[in-house]
Design a binder for this molecule. Structure first.
Ligand SMILES: [Ca+2]
Ligand SMILES: [Ca+2]
Ligand SMILES: [Ca+2]
Ligand SMILES: [Ca+2]
Length: 297
């Protein structure tokens, strides 16, 4: 009996230790898309059926999200207003994180004219934040008045990144992070495609990948450190689904995975994602998540 309680205590401490960097009671599993399957996914066909075939059921649905009542109209989940499914994946060989989205929206607001993909947050779009080494901490607007503009630019999204992605862009570049590393804002480190069909409602598709960085020196790619994505690693991430139905910047709703405010600034407010390798059995990982969930409740 005593042995069992010691074991439970150790397990609790261990789990508390791995979870402390982020708020949240759940570990989301992110499954690897093996090299052989990546070839079956076309990111540029505005069609989500390849994700259904290769990855399976959606990784995330509105049931996983918190509809923030304090943003704009604070619209709660209503499939007639905004319905969505999201798929996540990663690949060890190319060190990328993948995200795909299918979204049905009664009014599609997109006045993006191209050239500044990090500015698409003000239109119907997807926000994907990643803290590759799960460090937490402030990653944006971490400036003070004594800093030069150069130092401020260096700080923006340096140890975690917030990506903005839009479903349609006139110049074909649908995603960007709001930092000055142009090499990160381009292929082969980030790219993807999208598209939308219909009006009232509009069905929109997004298929993107990003490369997470633990340390970005925007002026020096060689000195920058990409996250080494490995099976078993815990990353921090956050996804937000903003909905605009009247005009740009006029939020109808804002659904977020972590439910925390100001995740554009604080990475410790992200959720935890565990990278599951192709050789790990899903059953083992599911039990691990359940054990952890039972300790947090
Ligand atoms: Ca596709
Ligand atoms: Ca809507
Ligand atoms: Ca970090
Ligand atoms: Ca909308």
């Amino acid at each position: 009996m005593r042995l069992i309680s010691t074991f439970c205590l150790m397990l609790a401490l261990m789990l508390a230790g791995t979870a402390h960097a982020h708020i949240g009671e759940k570990v989301y599993l992110i499954f690897e898309i093996p090299d052989v399957d990546l070839g079956d996914i076309d990111l540029f066909d505005a069609d989500i059926s390849d994700w259904e075939d290769v990855v399976g059921d959606a990784s995330l649905t509105p049931a996983d999200f918190f509809a923030d009542p304090t943003v704009g109209d604070g619209a709660q989940y209503n499939p007639a207003d905004m319905e969505y499914r999201l798929w996540l994946g990663w690949n060890e060989t190319n060190n990328r994180l993948y995200l795909a989205a299918e979204r049905i929206d009664d009014v599609y607001i997109n006045e993006y004219s191209g050239g500044a993909p990090a500015s698409v947050w003000q239109y119907d779009s997807v926000e994907f934040m990643v803290d590759g080494d799960h460090s937490g901490g402030q990653y944006n607007y971490n400036n003070d008045e004594t800093m030069t503009d150069e130092e401020k630019a260096l700080n923006q999204n340096r140890q975690a990144q917030k990506w903005n992605a839009i479903f349609d862009a006139p110049d074909g570049r649908i995603l960007g992070y709001p930092g000055r590393a142009s090499w990160l804002n381009s292929t082969p480190l980030s790219d993807g495609g999208g598209g939308s069909v219909g009006g009232g409602p509009t069905t929109s598709i997004l298929e993107i990948y990003v490369t997470p960085y633990d340390d970005i020196v925007f002026s020096d790619q060689e000195a920058s450190v990409a996250t080494d994505l490995e099976a078993g690693n815990i990353i921090g991430f956050q996804i937000a689904m903003p909905d605009f139905d009247t005009a740009p910047r006029e939020y109808r709703g804002y659904h977020t995975l972590s439910g925390q405010a100001a995740t554009f600034r604080y990475a410790e407010r992200f959720v935890d994602g565990r990278l599951v390798g192709t050789d790990a059995t899903a059953v083992e990982d599911m039990s691990w998540a359940r054990i952890k969930a039972s300790f947090s409740e």
